[in-house]
Design a protein around this ligand. Structure first.
Ligand SMILES: Nc1ncnc2c1ncn2[C@@H]1O[C@H](COP(=O)(O)OP(=O)(O)O)[C@@H](O)[C@H]1O
Ligand SMILES: [Mg+2]
Length: 247
């Protein structure tokens, strides 16, 4: 999977991003290969969310290039960006479900939003499949307020899956969940990768989640890609700045 011939689905090259004097990303570089789960590991406030917002075009870097599925994100028109976003699912830390909509309406929303001209029965089928993929069949008529934290996360993942994305970006998918529920979500992330051959960036500092989902881990320290390696490799590092995540 990590040989050089493999397709690069996300290429981040020498990206810098500052807010005034706050230099968040400094010459950050990373390639994500097709089919891999890559974890970006960094302390709170280290720029993990800023990085994925730049990747999805919600924010623009000051310097450097971000290429997603062959397109330079900063150069895209809003229509082109919309089109790209239908192939790149983004799971917000907050889930961002619509509280006034049922589960079904929440799942149908991206289909309508991206102008998929499906019949009602095709739409029903897509909703059922997405719910089954996250282990929550028969919840379509529930309201978000009736769901537990773990179920909300699963529905948010189902809403991402419904567009059959090539890439999924997960922002702290287990933060705020109890350890057992978090483990279930981590296993689901792995299952999705295997079943749909999606490529993902998972932002996390939950080491239980990282251990389950990561093919490779990128350490984001001082705005740079400080080190890349497998869990096994990094967990044996002597470097104190890496060690503190694993101890
Ligand atoms: N829109 C913004 N305006 C100003 N500063 C921001 C903005 N978004 C993020 N930052 C700053 O960038 C830094 C990194 O934030 P973030 O990427 O959210 O961190 P995390 O690694 O916890 O996800 C923080 O210091 C944050 O205050
Ligand atoms: Mg964040």
């Amino acid at each position: 999977m990590q040989s050089k011939q493999v397709d690069i689905v996300i290429g981040v090259k020498n990206v810098s991003k500052s807010f005034g004097d706050n230099h968040v990303l400094n010459d950050f570089t990373l390639d994500v290969f097709k089919g891999e789960n890559i974890v970006v590991l960094g302390k709170s406030g280290s720029g993990k969310s800023v990085l994925i917002k730049c990747i999805i075009g919600l924010m623009k870097q000051d310097k450097g290039d971000i290429n997603v599925l062959g397109k330079s994100v900063a150069d895209l028109s809003s229509d082109e960006l919309d089109q790209l976003r239908s192939k790149v699912g983004f799971l917000f830390q907050s889930n961002a479900l619509y509280d006034s909509m049922t589960v079904r309406e929440n799942l149908e929303f991206p289909l309508r939003r991206h102008g998929k001209s499906l019949s009602q029965s095709e739409m029903d089928m897509a909703v059922q499949q997405a719910l089954e993929s996250v282990g929550l069949a028969h919840t379509e008529n529930m309201m978000p307020s009736e769901l537990s934290g773990g179920m909300k996360k699963r529905i948010a993942i189902a809403r991402t899956l419904i567009l059959k994305p090539e890439i999924i970006l997960y922002d702290e998918p287990t933060t705020g969940l109890d350890p057992i529920t978090g483990k279930g979500i981590s296993e689901l992330i792995l299952e999705i990768q295997r079943k749909f051959n999606t490529s993902s960036i998972i932002i996390s500092h939950d080491m239980h989640c990282v251990k389950i989902v990561a093919n490779r881990i990128v350490m984001l320290i001082d705005g740079e890609c400080y080190k890349i390696g497998t869990y096994e490799e990094l967990s044996h590092s002597d470097d104190q700045r890496i060690r503190e995540f694993f101890d």
